[in-house]
Design a protein around this ligand. Structure first.
Ligand code: GLA
Length: 498
């Protein structure tokens, strides 16, 4: 049985069945195609395969990088990396060569990743660097780097908010480890791949990598950080989560300075401004990185039993931060430093500062302090003894509140996502929200098992039919854009004889 603990070793199997379950035959045909592409390009079969899944986040959006727990589950869609030692370079190919052309890199783990060029091969290099860096951090002797031949195949939609990037980074890291005979625990891989992905230019949190590595069939996970760990959340009987893709593509890496990385900067500046208002010196406030670090300061100000609750944190934000945007000048005056000095050496943040001169602090902090409470609330509802209908109603309400907060306070929704959420609700979703980074990509809806087929039909009519009519998508591909999902297996190395 696979286990999902941070201290466990990476899953290694010699069969497809433990990963793909009922879908093993379809998976076998897919792996045969990957192998055939590998043989055609490199002349003989791969030594091993590593695969890691995409994920859907059920609740807890844009709070992982603020230090708060989130509640995702792994999906059945994944990225497979077939690999063999050979040559003296990293030759990274994709079965879909027309979309993802071959890329060649040196074996030097110290090479730079060129974030200026959004090149799909960068994800492999980021993982490769991450493995060697993690060895160095642990003070372990690194093996001599060897050249690798690689064939990738992914089924996680890209730009869809389902973590296609974590899937390729995690699968690549496990492939590199396997080829160099390196073993790390799941927790270690989750942590270093999260850092490694930042080479691609997004200052993301650690949720996607953690669930991609630690996901388990049938079980959603409460993922917490510092150190990363995952605990099981058993979803109420008869609940199904339906993922639907708005088809508005949002690539986190390409839009980072205006979207994702900007939000990370805004949260830090909000935390610093709050700390100042709570009596910290400028010097102390400048050291604060996350809103979570401000909690004890709020607790000290509002003494009493409720001082450590989300309610007290929201009250503090309401009282201490002003409405509307803060200009760069205003923040620099508050903190007594140039923002470019505050972020010295942080290339991603410096690009944000170059592209923006005003920052929303209050709305962002209000979102984070409310959203982080919805995560334990969601878990507690799942664990409670309440009747299933009552549980579902409460979970649905939390999901709806989360979407409203993402839309109105965090401003990470989009016209398409809002329209799709509305169609989902009209089609009978008990709760529905955007999932992942947002600004496009997917929604997740909570639906009763017996209603799933009717729900999917209604959403196809209400949202996708128009896109089919307009020639944007093909009717026979609709199953890729809307599907019911059960929690699926996490990452694994597969030593297969195909
Ligand atoms: C992306 C990031 C995650 C997380 C989500 C938003 O998926 O990679 O770390 O921040 O966005 O919740």
């Amino acid at each position: 049985m696979p286990t999902g603990g941070a201290g466990d070793p990476i899953n290694v199997y010699s069969e497809l069945e433990p990963v793909y379950g009922d879908a093993t035959e379809t998976a076998r045909r897919r792996y045969e195609t990957i192998k055939a592409a590998f043989v055609e390009r490199f002349g003989s079969a791969p030594e091993a395969y590593a695969r890691s899944p995409g994920r859907v986040n059920l609740i807890g959006e844009h709070i992982d990088y603020e230090g708060y727990g989130v509640l995702p589950m792994a999906l059945a869609v994944d990225t497979v990396v077939a690999v063999r030692r050979g040559c003296d370079q990293l030759v990274v190919c994709n079965v879909d060569a027309a979309k993802y052309p071959e890329k060649v890199f040196s074996v030097d783990p110290a090479q730079e990743v060129d974030v200026g060029k959004h090149n799909w091969g960068n994800y492999f290099v980021a993982a490769y660097k991450g493995v060697f860096e993690h060895l160095a951090e642990k003070g372990q002797q690194a093996p001599a780097p060897v050249g690798l031949e690689i064939m990738v195949h992914g089924t996680v939609p890209t730009g869809g908010g389902l973590s296609s990037s974590a899937a390729i980074v995690c699968a690549s890291a496990m492939a590199v480890m396997r080829m160099h005979g390196i073993e790390f625990t799941k927790g270690e891989v989750a942590e270093f791949t999260a850092r490694a992905e930042r080479y691609v230019g997004v200052t993301s949190g650690g949720m996607d990598q953690a669930i991609s590595i630690m996901g388990m069939p049938g079980i959603a996970k409460l993922v917490e950080f510092n150190p990363v760990r995952a605990s099981d959340v058993v979803l109420p009987e008869g609940t199904v989560f339906v993922v639907a893709n708005s088809l508005a593509v949002s690539n986190k890496a390409e839009s980072a300075t205006k979207h994702y990385n900007l939000r990370v900067v805004e949260c830090r500046l909000a935390a610093a401004a709050l700390a100042l208002a709570l009596g910290q010196s400028r010097e102390e406030a400048r050291k604060i990185i996350t809103l979570k670090e401000v909690e004890p300061l709020i607790e000290a100000k509002y003494s009493g039993p409720k001082a450590s609750t989300s309610g007290a944190q929201l009250a503090a934000v309401q009282e201490l931060l002003h409405d509307g945007a803060y200009s760069t000048g205003e923040i620099e005056e508050l903190l007594g430093t140039k923002l470019t000095d505050l972020y010295e050496g942080n290339a991603s943040a410096l690009r944000v500062l170059g592209a923006n001169d005003s920052f929303e602090l209050k709305k962002r902090a209000l979102h984070v302090y409310a959203e982080k409470q919805r995560v334990p609330d969601f878990r507690d509802v799942c664990n409670s003894g309440a009747p299933v209908d009552e549980k579902m109603a409460k979970l649905g309400q939390l999901m709806d509140e989360s979407h409203a907060s993402c839309r109105d306070l965090y401003e990470c929704s989009s016209v398409e996502l809002d329209a799709l959420v509305q169609v989902n609700k009209g089609a009978g979703a008990i709760g529905s929200r955007l999932t992942g980074a947002g600004w496009g990509g997917c929604t997740v809806s909570l639906v009763r098992q017996e209603d799933v087929d009717a729900f999917i039909e209604k959403v196809k009519e209400g949202y996708f039919q128009g896109l089919v009519a307009a020639g944007r998508i093909k009717a026979e591909e609709l199953g890729e854009h809307i599907f019911a999902s059960k929690p699926a297996a996490g990452g694994a190395v597969l030593n297969l004889r195909l």
